[in-house]
Ligand binder design. Structure first.
Ligand code: ZN
Length: 256
């Protein structure tokens, strides 16, 4: 950590890339128990599975995953006062519970806090909070069966709503485009400046967003310093020799 602090201090700006090591994937045990019992009692199989992302979203909205939130806060302590930007591959929105400024974050894989039409109709993106709350509160009511819970639908065409994440068959990228454009502008401003690229727990899923993109920025910018913290894939490419550091440790653990 001390070494990393010095690297950050010596930089003009910091670009942070956050990968799946920071992802919050825990489904609420309480809600899952209700879900499984009702599903079994009604003899349902796949027909009930549309509820799972809603249960996940519910957890992301209300839970406080201590270890992850502590890692975000310590990351914030490291870079506060610096000119920074964050790109995250996570859809869980836990980063929004930290002190990192929302205006300096882009999440191109989408958000579990937003819903969109499954057929991808334009401008169908809505805030998910109320809908998720309604669905889960129905699920929690003992007298309501799963079959009685109606699937939330698009106000325009009546088709099913899905979460506005990259897993959606017709993913609406307009959900994150504004922040992405802000990021591209910010990145342009780092040319010829001492930029520290801090890549945390990024694997090879969607490598063009962070993994390869950051390597390329570090390669082109002579004043760049590249830092990779990763429990599974800490390897560095040859081209970054002399300007890159790698810590073979899970990035969330690193920031405890
Ligand atoms: Zn629609």
């Amino acid at each position: 950590m001390e070494e990393l602090r010095k690297i950050v201090e010596g930089s003009d700006c910091v670009l942070i890339g956050i990968g799946r090591e920071f992802a919050y994937n825990v489904l609420s045990q309480e809600v899952m128990k209700i879900f499984s019992e009702k599903k079994k009692a009604e003899g349902l199989e796949k027909e009930a599975e549309w509820l799972l992302p809603f249960i996940k979203s519910y957890g992301c909205i209300y839970d406080k995953p201590e270890v992850i939130l502590k890692a975000y806060d310590n990351l914030y302590q490291l870079i506060k006062g610096k000119n920074y930007f964050v790109v995250t591959l996570n859809e869980d929105e836990q980063i929004g519970k930290s002190k990192l400024e929302k205006e300096k974050i882009t999440a191109p894989c989408g958000s579990i806090y937003r819903l969109q039409c499954s057929c991808g109709c334009e401008e169908s993106i809505i805030d998910a909070t109320t809908v998720v709350e309604e669905v889960i509160s129905k699920l929690k009511q003992p007298e309501v069966t799963i079959s009685e819970i109606t699937k939330p639908v698009c106000g325009k065409c009546g088709k099913e709503l899905v979460f506005n994440t990259v897993e959606a068959e017709k993913y609406l990228e307009s959900g994150y485009m504004k922040s992405w454009e802000k990021y591209r502008m910010w990145l342009t401003g780092t040319l010829n400046r001492k930029v520290c690229l801090l890549e945390l727990g990024v694997d090879f899923k969607y490598p063009s967003i962070i993994r390869w993109a950051f390597e390329k920025v570090a390669f082109i910018n002579e004043k760049a310093v590249f830092v990779r913290i990763n429990g599974a894939y800490p390897q560095l490419t040859e081209g970054l020799k002399g300007k890159a550091y790698s810590y073979h440790k899970n990035s969330v653990e690193f920031f405890q």
